[in-house]
Design a protein around this ligand. Structure first.
Ligand SMILES: *[C@@H]1O[C@H](CO)[C@@H](O)[C@H](O)[C@H]1NC(C)=O
Ligand SMILES: *[C@@H]1O[C@H](CO)[C@@H](O)[C@H](O)[C@H]1NC(C)=O
Length: 197
């Protein structure tokens, strides 16, 4: 019995020692004031996530640090709006002191049809950047109000976009394709003649 107790105490002590500590903060900016946070058991990495939005030259940033696991980096462009998310992770105490990282802005030669979030009938061609090598079409209808977005997307963004949801008031269809200018299909036939290219 004595031995079992000792073993349990040692195990508890080891588990305590192994719990990871990460820097934690979130702010609508490049930098943020960090505090320290202990991760839940089983979370063995710290992350820094940088989100940049460029809407026609107006840039906005968000940074987030915490315990966590990175999914992939994602990036989207529709109209003059570009959104990029870069995630970095590491696995030692307080290691997530990475600086803010802006998404890549280099043109990569890929192109897609796009519309602006304001006017889904205004169609033009957008040049894709960084890892955006898919074209996307996402349509949603909520309480009879239809919205459509077309543009460039990274493959990681497509894994989220590529789905259909139908509910009482809501329907959503997202689709990605992999060749230049492949996103000109009509998802709401009859909605408006100007949708048809
Ligand atoms: C995201 O991109 C950065 C380089 O900009 C890279 O260091 C990091 O590993 C990438 N993250 C993931 C989850 O792929
Ligand atoms: C998205 O779905 C289409 C059609 O179902 C498929 O061809 C494509 O490979 C999927 N793309 C991704 C990135 O999941």
């Amino acid at each position: 019995m004595q031995l079992l107790q000792s073993v349990l105490i040692i195990c508890a002590f080891v588990a305590e020692v192994q719990s990871l500590t990460c820097l934690s903060c979130t702010a609508p900016s490049h930098t943020c004031e960090t505090t320290q946070t202990s991760c839940r058991p089983g979370i063995n990495s710290c992350i820094t996530m940088s989100v940049s939005t460029n809407a026609g030259g107006m840039k906005q940033f968000m940074i987030l640090k915490n315990c966590g696991v990175c999914e992939q980096n994602t990036s989207l462009q529709f109209g003059s709006m570009n959104v990029a998310e870069i995630c970095k992770s590491c696995s030692s105490n307080l290691c997530n002191n990475h600086p803010f990282e802006e998404g890549p802005s280099n043109l990569n030669g890929f192109e897609c049809y796009t519309n602006s979030p304001e006017d889904s009938n205004a169609r033009s061609i957008v040049k894709c950047t960084g890892t955006q090598d898919h074209c996307l079409t996402a349509s949603s209808s909520f309480g009879g109000v239809k919205m459509e977005l077309r543009g460039c997307a990274s493959s990681a963004a497509c894994q989220v976009i590529n789905q259909s949801i139908t509910g009482m008031q809501l329907s959503y269809t997202g689709n990605c394709c992999e060749t230049k200018l492949c996103n000109k299909a009509v998802l709401f036939p009859g909605n408006n003649d100007k949708h048809i290219f």
